[in-house]
Design a protein around this ligand. Structure first.
Ligand code: PLP
Length: 450
C-alpha cells in the first residue's frame, strides 16, 4: 500500500474549505474497534479499505474520522444520507419526538405517523396514497411481492437479472446476482434479461429487452402473473440505468397479463435522480406499488410501501402490521427529510451538481483508458472500470487501488456492480460544484498513479 500513500503524491487535489471543527474524540481507536468487530460481528459483513476508517462525526457532505480528518462522503451511507449528515432539522425532529414518545405501537393513534403518511402520499402520482411503514427496504419489497400475489392470485413475479431487492427469503429470490444469494428456494420468480445499455445483449434498445419479458410471460408462466418488480436505476448492480422506453413497454405487457407493477425506489427515490422525485418518473410510468427506504429517513431505519386503496384492500383479510414499522421517531425524521428536500431544493441541486459531475467524469473517460463507462442521473452516478474497453474486462484490482488512494486524499466513493468494478457515487444531495471538482480531481490523480 506504500506506493499509494499520500506522501507519495506531490500536488494533491485540494479539498474545498469547510467551516466546522468536530469535537475531539476520545473513544476506542480504529484498531481496537476492528479487533472487536472481527471477534463479535458476523464475518459476512465486509468493510472498505485495507485499513478501515473509524468515522466518529458527520456534518453535511462530510465525515470525520477519529483524528478529526475530513472526508467527502460520496457514498452517502449507501445512497441514504440525502439531506447531509446530522442535518439540524432532522436531528431536532428526532430529538423532539424522542423526548415526547419513543414508541407506543400502531395500535394507538399518533400524529407523527399519520402526518408523515399524508406527506409521503402527496409526493406520489395518481391514487398511490395508502402507506404501510416497514423497517427496511427488504421488508418493503417482501410486502410488495406478497400484496401483488394476493391481489392477482398468481405467484409469478418477474424481476431483472442484476437486480438487488433485499436479502430475506422472498426478496433474495428476486435479487439476481449470485454473490448476494444463498441457497434460497427461488419460488415463483423469473429473471428477465437486464436492459443494461453497456453490458446488455441488446445495447440501448429498450423495446427488444421488453419483448423478452413478453416471451417470459408466454413461455415461463401460465400467462397470468402477479407482477414485475424493478429499480429504475440499479444501485447495488452498479448504477445501471434501464434502457430508454423499457419500463412503459414492460408495464404494458405485465398489465395485460393481469400483474401489478412494483417500483423499487429504495435507492433512486427521494430526489436522487435530480430531474424527478422518483426514479420511475424518469421513464414516465406510474406503478401500482412503490417501495422505499434509505433516503426516506436520512439514515434512520425506516421503509415504506405505498399503493392504491384498491390494492391495499388485500391486506384487510388478516391483521398485518409489525412492531417497529411506523415508529413515531422514524416517521418524525421522515417528515423532516421531506421538508429539507423541499426547502433546500435538493432535487434541483442534485440535477445541477449531478449533471456537472457527470460531464466532468465523461471528460475523465476521454483521458483514462481504464474508464469503460460513465452513467446514471443526478447524484446516482456510476463509473465502470475495465482493463480492456473492447472486451469490457472488469478492472477489479485497479478499482481497489484507486479507491484506496482516493480515500487517502479524503474522498470516499462506493464500489459495486456484479464484477465489483463500478464506482458508485451517491453522495448527500447537498454537495456543491467544488466538491464535484475535488472528487473528479482525486479520481484523476489516483488513476494517473495506476
Ligand atoms: N432495494 C434496493 C434497490 C436496494 O438497493 C436495497 C439495499 O441496498 C434494498 C432493496 C434492501 O434494502 P435494505 O438493505 O434496507 O433491506
Amino acid at each position: 500500500a506504500g506506493a499509494w500513500a499520500v506522501a507519495d503524491v506531490t500536488e494533491l487535489p485540494k479539498m474545498p474549505p469547510f467551516d466546522y471543527t468536530p469535537p475531539p474524540y476520545s473513544g476506542p481507536t480504529a484498531a481496537e474497534i476492528l479487533a472487536k468487530r472481527k471477534e463479535f460481528l458476523s464475518p459476512s459483513m465486509p468493510y472498505f479499505y485495507s485499513k478501515p476508517v473509524n468515522m466518529v462525526h458527520g456534518k453535511k457532505q462530510y465525515l470525520f474520522d477519529e483524528n478529526g480528518r475530513r472526508y467527502l462522503d460520496a457514498f452517502g451511507g449507501i445512497a441514504t444520507v440525502c439531506c447531509g449528515h446530522c442535518h439540524p432539522d432532522v436531528v431536532k425532529a428526532i430529538v423532539d419526538q424522542t423526548n415526547k414518545l419513543q414508541h407506543s405501537t400502531i395500535l394507538y393513534l399518533n400524529h407523527s405517523i399519520s402526518d408523515f403518511a399524508e406527506a409521503l402520499a402527496s409526493k406520489m402520482p395518481a391514487d398511490l396514497k395508502v402507506v404501510f411503514f416497514t423497517n427496511s427496504g427488504t421488508e418493503a419489497n417482501e410486502l410488495a411481492m406478497m400484496m401483488a400475489r394476493l391481489y392477482t392470485g398468481s405467484h409469478d413475479i418477474v424481476s431483472l437479472r442484476n437486480a438487488y431487492h433485499g436479502n430475506a427469503a422472498g426478496t433474495m429470490g428476486a435479487t439476481a446476482q449470485s454473490n448476494w444469494k444463498f441457497n434460497v428456494v427461488q419460488s415463483g420468480v423469473h429473471h428477465a434479461l437486464n436492459p443494461d445499455p453497456y453490458r446488455g445483449v441488446f445495447g440501448s434498445d429498450g423495446q427488444k429487452y421488453a419483448k423478452d419479458v413478453e416471451d417470459l410471460i408466454k413461455f415461463g408462466t401460465s400467462g397470468h402473473v402477479a407482477g414485475f418488480m424493478s429499480e429504475a436505476i440499479q444501485g447495488v448492480g452498479g448504477i445501471v440505468e434501464l434502457a430508454p422506453g423499457y419500463l412503459p413497454a414492460v408495464y404494458d405487457s405485465i398489465r395485460k397479463a393481469g400483474g401489478l407493477c412494483i417500483a423499487d425506489e429504495v435507492q433512486s427515490g427521494f430526489a436522487r435522480t435530480g430531474t424527478h422525485f422518483w426514479g420511475f418518473q424518469t421513464q414516465g410510468v406510474v406503478p401500482d406499488i412503490v417501495t422505499m427506504a434509505k433516503g426516506i429517513g436520512n439514515g434512520i431505519p425506516l421503509g415504506a410501501v405505498v399503493t392504491t386503496p384498491k390494492v391495499a384492500e388485500v391486506l384487510t383479510r388478516r391483521s398485518y402490521f409489525n412492531t417497529f414499522g411506523g415508529n413515531p421517531v422514524c416517521t418524525a425524521a421522515g417528515l423532516a427529510v421531506l421538508g429539507v428536500i423541499e426547502r433546500e431544493n435538493l432535487q434541483g441541486n442534485a440535477h445541477a451538481v449531478g449533471s456537472y459531475l457527470k460531464e466532468r467524469l465523461n471528460a475523465l473517460k476521454d483521458k483514462h483508458e481504464i474508464i469503460g463507462d460513465v452513467r446514471g442521473r443526478g447524484l446516482m452516478l456510476g463509473v465502470e472500470l475495465v482493463t480492456d474497453r473492447n472486451l469490457k474486462t472488469p478492472a477489479n484490482i485497479e478499482i481497489i487501488r484507486v479507491m484506496e488512494l482516493m480515500k487517502d486524499m479524503g474522498v470516499l466513493v462506493g464500489k459495486g456492480g456484479f464484477y465489483g468494478n463500478v464506482f458508485r457515487i451517491t453522495p448527500p444531495l447537498c454537495i456543491n460544484k467544488d466538491d464535484a471538482d475535488f472528487l473528479v480531481d482525486a479520481m484523476d490523480y489516483a488513476m494517473a498513479k495506476l
